[in-house]
Design a protein around this ligand. Structure first.
Ligand SMILES: *Cc1c(COP(=O)(O)O)cnc(C)c1O
Length: 412
C-alpha cells in the first residue's frame, strides 16, 4: 500500500466522511490513510472542477448524497448473497415507485443492454448463454429515426439490428417475428411523430415489449413516478445523474418477467452478456438510498437555490457593456434553470472558446456547457451554464471568474 506523508486534511465532504468511517473499522492498519485523510486529487495532480455543466459523465455526473455514501461504507463491511440483495432492493424500489419490478444496474446504459437482452432471451438458458449471437433469435429493435442516439450502442451490444421508422404505419409494417423490442428515447419526444402514449399502445397492440430511456429526465421528480406506471414494459433512469446515486449505477424498472431475465444476465451469472456490468453490493444499496433521499427532497428549495445562483452570476456580469444574460429551462431533459450569457463581439472581442479556456485556467477549473449549435445572432457569441451541480459558494466563484473572463477582452 502506498505510504504518504501528506497531512493535508481533505475538505470535509461526503467522501471524506466515508473514508473516515471505513478507516476506523478496517482490519488493515498498515496504511497511513487509516489515520490521515488524503487529498487524492492533489496527490494525483488531477484538478478539481466546479461543475457548471450539469450531469455530464465527462465531469463525473453528480455528487453522491451523503446517505448513499454512508450506505456504501456500511455494506462494505458485510457479505451477502448477491441475488438476495438484488431481489430485496428491487422489491423495495418497485414498491416505492409503484411498478411491477425493479433492478439496480451499472447505469442506464447497462440497463439498456440488460433490458434488450431480457426481451431477446427471456429465461431461456441457451439464449442467455449465446448472446450476443442472435442467430435464430429475435434480433430486431424498432426505433423512430429521430430517436437514434449514441447510447443505442448499448442496445446494439446484444447483436440486434436497429430498424428505423418514422410513422405509426411504418412501425406496424416493420413488426415481424424477429422483432425483439421497441425503443423510445424520452428526451426525443418533441422530434418524433409517435409520442410516448401512442408508442406504448402500439407495443401492446402488436405484442412487442417497449423500452423507454429516460436516463436524464429527473428533475422533475414526477417523471420517475409517471414513467414507472406509464405502460412501457421497461424504463431506465441513470442513478448517477439527478438522483445523486453512485455514478456507475442506474435503475431498470418494469415487467417482472423481463426484470427477472435481466437479473439472470448479470451479477454472479458468469456466462451472460451482462456479467461485465455487475453492480457491487455497495452500489446496489447506495442506489436505493440515494433514490429514497431524492424522492424525499425539498425540490422547491433546490429550485430556489438554483434561481439564487442565476441571480448571483447575472448580477456580476450584466452591467458589462455588450453583455446580455438570459435565464432558460430546457423544455425536456435537464429541466433546471440555466443561464446563457451572450456578448457582442464588437464590444467584447472574445470567442466562446476563449472564455471557456479562461474559466479552465485556475484551480478549481470551471466547466461550462459545450455549445456547438448556432449562436443567437450575427456578431454574437455566448456561454451557457447549468446551476444544479454547483455546491454552496461556487456560484460566487463562477460569478467573479466569469466577470474577469469577460473583462479580459481587449476593448474594441
Ligand atoms: C446519460 C445517459 C445514458 C447513460 O446513462 P449512464 O447511467 O451514465 O449509463 C443513457 N441514455 C441517455 C439518454 C443519457 O442521457
Amino acid at each position: 500500500m502506498q505510504k504518504t506523508d501528506r497531512r493535508t486534511i481533505l475538505q470535509a465532504g461526503p467522501v471524506a466522511g466515508a473514508a473516515g468511517i471505513l478507516s476506523t473499522l478496517t482490519t488493515d492498519n498498515s496504511s497511513a490513510a487509516t489515520t490521515t485523510k488524503r487529498d487524492y486529487l492533489a496527490e494525483l495532480g488531477v484538478p478539481p472542477v466546479i461543475n457548471a455543466v450539469g450531469v455530464y459523465t465527462a465531469v463525473t455526473g453528480s455528487l453522491m448524497h451523503p446517505d448513499a455514501v454512508e450506505a456504501i461504507a456500511s455494506l462494505s463491511r458485510h457479505f451477502v448473497r448477491l441475488d438476495d440483495l438484488h431481489a430485496a432492493v428491487g422489491a423495495r424500489i418497485a414498491k416505492r415507485l409503484g411498478c411491477e419490478a425493479a433492478s439496480v444496474t451499472a447505469g442506464a446504459a447497462a440497463a439498456l443492454t440488460l433490458g434488450t437482452a431480457a426481451c431477446i432471451a427471456g429465461t431461456s438458458a441457451d439464449a442467455i448463454r449465446r448472446l450476443p449471437d442472435t442467430t435464430g433469435l429475435k434480433n430486431e429493435v424498432i426505433i423512430q429515426k429521430s430517436h437514434r442516439y449514441p447510447y443505442d450502442h448499448a442496445v446494439r451490444n446484444c447483436g440486434i439490428r436497429m430498424i428505423e421508422v418514422e410513422t405509426a404505419a411504418e412501425l406496424k409494417k416493420a413488426v415481424n417475428p424477429r422483432t425483439a423490442m421497441m425503443l423510445y428515447l424520452f428526451k426525443a419526444t418533441p422530434m418524433g411523430a409517435i409520442k410516448a402514449e401512442e408508442f406504448v399502445a402500439l407495443g401492446k397492440q402488436l405484442g412487442v415489449p417497449t423500452f423507454v430511456d429516460a436516463a436524464a429526465d429527473v428533475p422533475p421528480v414526477d417523471n420517475i413516478y409517471k414513467l414507472a406506471k406509464s405502460g412501457f414494459d421497461l424504463v431506465t433512469f441513470s442513478g448517477g445523474k439527478g438522483i445523486r446515486g453512485p455514478q456507475s449505477a442506474g435503475l431498470l424498472l418494469g415487467r417482472r418477467d423481463l426484470i427477472e431475465s435481466a437479473r439472470l444476465q448479470t451479477g454472479a451469472h458468469s456466462d451472460s452478456i451482462g456479467r461485465p456490468m455487475k453492480v457491487s453490493k455497495e452500489e446496489i444499496v447506495g442506489m436505493m438510498v440515494a433514490l429514497e433521499a431524492y424522492l424525499a427532497r425539498d425540490h422547491a428549495a433546490d429550485w430556489r437555490r438554483w434561481e439564487d445562483s442565476i441571480a448571483t452570476i447575472t448580477a456580476a456580469v450584466k452591467n458589462i457593456p455588450g453583455v446580455t444574460c438570459e435565464r432558460y429551462v430546457p423544455v425536456i431533459a435537464n429541466q433546471v434553470p440555466h443561464l446563457r450569457v451572450t456578448w457582442n463581439m464588437k464590444t467584447l472581442p472574445l470567442t466562446h472558446t476563449q472564455v471557456v479556456d479562461y474559466l479552465r485556467k485556475d484551480t478549481p477549473q470551471i466547466e461550462v456547457v459545450p455549445v456547438e449549435g448556432p449562436r443567437p445572432g450575427p456578431g454574437l457569441d455566448m456561454i451557457e451554464m447549468a446551476m444544479w451541480m454547483m455546491e454552496p459558494g461556487e456560484p460566487e466563484i463562477v460569478a467573479t471568474r466569469l466577470r474577469a473572463a469577460l473583462k479580459s477582452a481587449k476593448q474594441g
